[in-house]
Design a protein around this ligand. Structure first.
Ligand code: HEM
Length: 477
């Protein structure tokens, strides 16, 4: 969630200023979990069929009590009790460990929610105790205790972040309550220019002499940070030219800085953003590679990306975007317990790609020579740099067999001669091994599938390049 210490304390303390924990009874009275419960329980689960199971009899977490004396009020009771009492570890009636104050004064005792004549328990969980015992959290707790208005403001801001951060950039919000200010966790990007001459800019990129692989890999690396899960990352903003992204080993910093310095110059000359140039360069690379394979195509392009600044970039939270693997570029930062093909699948779902789109992109990027570090694994073609369906043709050709050479490395052997023709990784071979992926591979491998392959490749490519272009997708009419 990328919450800093102050936000963590504000949220936990603010959340626990209201409400209670429930553990006043035997947990054995609870029925099965939601998915295992009978249909008539309608997904609630953990139903108590032995006692009332409501009010003071409720058991959920097993911890019993409130954090504050007046659990339905927004006040400063959480810090007053947490900081002013010593706490001891006790057991709840349900047998859970919980912290209770030593010598709780009568005026601090909460009332039983059903019978105000009875008193109830004050409790803290281990997480709450951290707000007092951890030195960094404690400083913040003391500040909040001394300044309730500051605490209320900090909670409000952290709550807004908690409940809005997976909506992505502010452009996706609507309604009268959208805050005016930009917040750093919204990854603000300034509006980009849409009025420049795209064809003239493309001609300038072409004149740089950058190779197809350089053009395509740079665009891919810029766009691949997109996560459909929280709508962050992507090519818009060109944060690939800023720290930390420009230094990531997955982005091949020396190739990247060479390409970016050329784009920077074109950007100053033409008014196109670097973010647009990166994508336009990738499109140009694909058009050149398709043309080299005998097919003239025009890859759709929508200008208007902006270039974010360092000040608009939450460096710490972007550090978590560092790619540790990228099956599309046949790369792993190191060996992991998770299989490379499983990581490819995860990356594909984060990008919002279907199995078919993942297949066509991998097959196309192999023959374009975009492997990280220029490795030749999975480059099943004699015509590298041409957008052909060779990857699929050769992967599914019975003329070859595959032999394990070492972990995540296979030899592709010509059956007739016994000669080693290519090398491959698990990510390459999964497109022949998995039945669903093989079905797609066989479609793309057909003699008459070249045009379909190119069309599908371009459609999937444009989807990735525009994944974060919410301005193109949002319709509010
Ligand atoms: C630091 C991590 C946290 C832990 C370990 C934690 C743990 C718990 C536990 C064990 C309960 C009792 C559940 C029950 O027995 O019914 C609870 C309740 C509650 N928590 Fe948290 N919590 C955390 C953070 C938060 C945050 C960030 C919020 C909101 C901003 C929040 C809001 C609440 C509320 C309102 C209740 C009471 C629910 C009710 O009255 O039924 N908690 N929490």
């Amino acid at each position: 969630m990328a919450m800093n210490d102050e936000e963590t304390v504000a949220l936990t303390a603010g959340g626990h200023t209201v409400g209670k924990a429930h553990g006043n009874g035997d947990p054995a009275n609870l029925g099965p979990a939601p998915e295992a419960a009978d249909l008539h329980e309608q997904g609630f689960g953990w139903m108590n069929h032995k006692t009332r199971g409501v009010g003071r009899d409720t058991v959920t977490s097993g911890i019993e009590g409130t954090w504050t004396t007046h659990a339905t009020r927004w006040d400063n009771g959480y810090f007053e009790l947490l900081l002013n009492y010593e706490w001891e570890l006790k057991k709840s009636p349900a047998g859970a460990n919980q912290w209770e104050p030593i010598g709780l004064k009568d005026e601090h005792k909460p009332r039983d929610p059903e019978d105000p004549r009875k008193t109830a328990r004050i409790i803290m969980t281990d997480a709450d105790m951290a707000m007092k015992m951890d030195p960094a959290y404690r400083k913040i707790s003391e500040k909040f205790h001394a300044d309730p208005e500051y605490f209320a403001q900090a909670f409000a801001r952290a709550w807004f972040k908690l409940t809005h951060r997976d909506l992505g950039p502010k452009s996706r919000y609507f309604g009268p309550e959208v805050p005016k200010q930009d917040l750093i966790w919204q990854d603000p990007v300034p509006a980009g220019n849409t009025t420049y001459n795209v064809m003239a800019v493309k001609a300038k990129i072409n004149a740089t002499g950058l190779s197809v692989a350089e053009l395509v890999a740079t665009a891919w690396d810029s766009a691949r940070t997109y996560r459909d899960s929280d709508k962050r990352g992507g090519a818009n903003g060109a944060r690939i030219r800023l720290a930390p992204q420009k230094n990531w080993v997955g982005n091949e910093p020396s190739r990247l800085s060479k390409v970016l310095s050329l784009y920077q110059k074109i950007s100053s000359e033409t008014g196109a953003s670097v973010a647009d140039l990166i994508v336009l360069g990738g499109n140009l690379g694909i058009e050149k590679a398709a043309q080299a394979a005998g097919v003239v195509v025009d890859v759709p392009f929508a200008p208007g990306r902006g270039d974010a600044s360092d000040a608009q970039t939450d460096v710490e939270s972007f550090e978590y975007f560092e790619p540790l693997h990228d099956g599309f570029r046949n790369w792993l930062k190191q060996e992991y317990a998770v299989k490379p093909e499983e990581m490819l699948l995860d990356k594909a779902q984060l990008l919002g790609l279907t199995a078919k789109e993942m297949t066509v992109l991998v097959g196309g990027m192999r023959v374009l020579g975009t492997n990280h570090g220029g490795t030749q694994h999975g480059v099943f073609t004699q015509k590298q740099g041409q957008l052909t369906n060779d990857f699929f043709v050769n992967l599914t050709d019975m003329a070859y067999r595959f032999e394990l050479a070492e972990s995540n490395l296979y030899h592709v052997i010509e059956r007739k001669t016994g000669q080693k023709k290519w090398t491959a990784t698990r990510v390459d071979l999964v497109f022949g091994s998995n039945s669903v992926l093989r079905a797609y591979s066989e479609v793309y491998a057909q003699n008459d599938a070249q045009q379909k392959f190119i069309n599908d490749f371009i459609a999937a490519w444009v989807k990735v390049m525009n994944a974060d272009r919410f301005d193109l997708k949002i319709c509010r009419s």
